[in-house]
Design a protein around this ligand. Structure first.
Ligand SMILES: [Fe+2]
Ligand SMILES: [Fe+2]
Length: 188
């Protein structure tokens, strides 16, 4: 899929704020691809499309999990976990994206996983540090990436914050998030 078509798809579907976030994730991801020798075209496309299913109806998302034979464990989770896998399935089966790296980066952008490709890592982190984000500690994370170039350490720290947040709010933790936390704890 060409960049122009991806932008049009997302612009037509998402609220303005989320569309702008998506574009900033894509821009941040391209900068990171330059820095870490990633594939700028792939990360840009994945960045534009990663939140495509963010506001899809939950009942529809559950239907798509079954239709596209995604992990049935996803059915125990809400849109925060589902929107990545569902967006990847829609891009693969309904919009003809064949690039596995782009699809994986969209699929895993919220949870991460162990042994991510560079494209996945970049989208996972870019989503967290794009310039519109202002959560506590995000500046340290930007320094970790753009000055210290510690990509795996950033992935570990983001996973750690996510797990802490979920525990403190009595939310379930999707197994891939734990898998990501453990793997990058040893890689960092
Ligand atoms: Fe997302
Ligand atoms: Fe996002």
């Amino acid at each position: 899929m060409k960049k122009k078509r991806a932008i049009k798809l997302v612009e037509e579907k998402l609220p303005k704020k989320r569309f702008e976030h998506s574009m900033r994730v894509a821009e941040t991801a391209v900068k990171m691809a330059d820095l870490f020798n990633g594939d700028a075209e792939k990360v840009e496309l994945a960045g534009i499309l990663h939140d495509y299913a963010k506001y899809d109806d939950l009942a529809l998302m559950y239907q798509l999990v079954t239709k596209y034979e995604l992990d049935r464990e996803l059915l125990a989770y809400n849109s925060e976990i589902l929107h990545g896998p569902v967006a990847a399935a829609l891009m693969k089966y309904e919009h003809g994206i064949e690039d596995v790296e782009v699809l994986q980066a969209i699929f895993n952008h919220t949870t991460g996983r162990k042994q991510m490709t560079l494209t996945e890592k970049i989208i996972f982190v870019a989503d967290y540090i794009e310039p519109g984000r202002n959560q506590p500690g995000v500046d340290e994370m930007r320094t970790m990436i753009f000055d210290e170039k510690k990509l795996d350490k950033a992935i570990y720290d983001i996973s750690k914050r996510t797990v802490k947040f979920l525990l403190e709010n009595d939310k379930c933790i999707y197994p891939r998030t734990i898998e990501c936390l453990n793997y990058y704890n040893l890689e960092k």
